[in-house]
Ligand binder design. Structure first.
Ligand SMILES: *[C@@H]1O[C@H](CO)[C@@H](O)[C@H](O)[C@H]1NC(C)=O
Ligand SMILES: *[C@@H]1O[C@H](CO)[C@@H](O)[C@H](O)[C@H]1NC(C)=O
Ligand SMILES: *[C@@H]1O[C@H](CO)[C@@H](O)[C@H](O)[C@H]1NC(C)=O
Ligand SMILES: *[C@@H]1O[C@H](CO)[C@@H](O)[C@H](O)[C@H]1NC(C)=O
Length: 358
C-alpha cells in the first residue's frame, strides 16, 4: 500500500514536471496571449486546404514553413533533416499559418539518444497544445499530451503508447482534432482519445487556432531543471551527437478554414473565435463568421467541415444559403447563423453572410 502511494506520488510529480516542460516549449512560441492582452495580431489561417508537403523532394515550402532555433535544418531525399549537434541547438520548423480544428499527419523518425526530445506540437496563442513527444532514450514509445489555456495543474494529461522503433522506422503520427473529441493515431491505429468534457469539463480542451511546430531539443541539457532532465530520460551527452530527426511528410486539413482568426473575447473558447475572409476589416460582419454550437452540451462531431470563409475568393458565397439578419438581432453568441447548429446527431456550419446590416 505504502509503495503504491509512493508510486502514485512519483507519477504525479513526473506528470507535473512533464507538463511544465511542454508548457515552456509552448510559451516560447507565444508573444501575445489573447486571453490576457487585447489587440494581439490576427492568426493567419491555412486556406490552401487540405495541405500536404513531401519534404523528401529536397526543398522547403517557404510560403508555409519557417525554420527557427539554432542547429541545422536541411532538405534531402530523407526529408527535412533536423540536426542538433551542440548545446543550445533546437532545430525547429513551424507553419506560418494556423488551423482551427482538423487533422495533422506527420511521417517521421525521431532523434536518438538519452536527453534528446523530438516533438510535434500543435500550439495556440493562449496556451492550448496538443503534443507528440518522443524521448530519445526510449526507442519503443511515444508520449501524447495536451494543455488548455496554459493550465499545468491537471495531472492526467500525459499518455504513453508503445510504438516499435520510433528512431529507425518511419511512423505516421496523426492527430484528429475535432470539436468534442481529439484522437491521436499511430500508423492508423487510435492510441488515445480525449473527450472535450474530460478536459476540466471542456475548459481545458484544446480549442483555439493552432500552429504546427516540429523539432528536437535537449531536454536533458545539464542546465535544465532536474525534473526536466529526468523526464527527458537523463543528461544529454553532446559528445554522442549529432542527433538527427527526419520528417518526410506533413499533411494538414483545416476543419474551419479562414483567411484569419481572432479571439472575439478573452474566454479562449472555440465559439469565441472569429473567422474572417480575406481583406475583412475588423468588425465587418459581412466577412466574418463564428463556429457556434446550439445548445450548451452534447457536442459529438461536426458533420460539415466546409466553410465559406475557406476560399479567399467570394464567388461561392453568392450561391450559398442566404441568411437575412441584422447585427442588432444577431449578437455574437446567439447561436444561429454562420455557426454550428445541431441537426440530428451532428452539427452543420452555416455561412455567416449579412446581406444587409442595420
Ligand atoms: C486548471 O485545471 C484545474 C484542474 O487541475 C481546474 O480545476 C482549473 O479550473 C483549471 N483552471 C483553468 C484556468 O483552466
Ligand atoms: C496516417 O494515418 C492517418 C490516420 O489513421 C490516415 O488517415 C492516413 O491515411 C495515414 N497516412 C499515410 C500516408 O499512411
Ligand atoms: C457542407 O456544406 C457545403 C456548403 O453548404 C456543401 O456544399 C457540402 O456538400 C456540405 N458537406 C457535407 C459533408 O455535408
Ligand atoms: C437550437 O436548435 C433547435 C432545433 O434543433 C431550435 O428549436 C432552437 O431554436 C435553437 N436554439 C438556438 C439558440 O439556436
Amino acid at each position: 500500500m505504502g509503495n503504491d502511494m509512493l508510486s502514485l506520488l512519483l507519477l504525479r510529480l513526473f506528470l507535473v514536471l512533464s507538463a511544465l516542460v511542454a508548457l515552456a516549449a509552448a510559451q516560447s512560441g507565444t508573444d501575445c496571449n489573447p486571453i490576457k492582452t487585447s489587440g494581439c495580431p490576427l492568426d493567419i489561417g491555412l486556406t490552401n486546404n487540405p495541405y500536404s508537403v513531401d519534404s523528401t523532394k529536397g526543398t522547403m515550402d517557404q510560403a508555409s514553413w519557417t525554420s527557427s532555433g539554432a542547429g541545422s535544418v536541411i532538405y534531402t531525399s530523407q526529408g527535412a533533416v533536423l540536426t542538433l549537434s551542440k548545446k543550445g541547438d533546437a532545430p525547429t520548423i513551424s507553419t506560418n499559418w494556423y488551423i482551427f480544428f482538423g487533422r495533422v499527419e506527420v511521417l517521421m523518425r525521431a532523434a536518438p539518444r538519452t536527453g534528446i526530445v523530438s516533438s510535434v506540437v500543435l500550439g495556440s496563442d493562449d496556451g492550448d497544445e496538443i503534443d507528440w513527444e518522443l524521448i530519445g532514450g526510449n526507442n519503443d514509445e511515444v508520449q501524447t499530451n495536451y494543455f488548455g489555456k496554459g493550465n499545468v495543474t491537471l495531472y492526467n494529461r500525459g499518455g504513453n503508447s508503445a510504438v516499435h522503433d520510433v528512431q529507425g522506422t518511419r511512423h505516421n503520427y496523426t492527430i484528429d482534432w475535432q470539436i468534442g473529441q481529439l484522437t491521436w493515431y499511430v500508423d492508423g491505429k487510435a492510441v488515445r482519445t480525449l473527450k472535450e468534457e474530460d478536459a476540466v469539463g471542456g475548459l481545458n480542451y484544446p480549442q483555439t487556432p493552432m500552429k504546427l511546430r516540429i523539432g528536437s531539443w535537449a531536454g536533458g541539457d545539464p542546465d535544465n531543471a532536474p525534473g526536466t532532465i529526468a523526464w527527458a530520460g537523463g543528461v544529454t551527452d553532446y559528445t554522442k551527437g549529432p542527433f538527427t530527426m527526419y520528417v518526410e511528410r506533413m499533411s494538414v486539413t483545416n476543419q474551419y478554414p479562414a483567411a484569419s482568426y481572432s479571439y472575439g473575447d478573452m474566454s479562449g473558447n472555440w465559439d469565441s473565435i472569429v473567422l474572417k475572409k480575406d481583406g475583412a476589416a475588423d468588425g465587418d460582419q459581412s466577412k466574418e463568421g463564428i463556429v457556434k454550437k446550439n445548445g450548451s452540451s452534447g457536442i459529438a462531431s461536426a458533420t460539415n467541415s466546409s466553410s465559406l470563409l475557406a476560399s479567399s475568393s467570394s464567388s461561392s458565397s453568392q450561391s450559398s444559403p442566404t441568411l437575412y439578419l441584422s447585427s442588432a438581432t444577431m449578437g455574437r453568441g446567439d447561436g444561429y447563423v454562420g455557426r454550428l447548429f445541431k441537426v440530428g446527431g451532428g452539427l452543420v456550419l452555416l455561412p455567416f453572410i449579412l446581406h444587409f446590416v442595420i
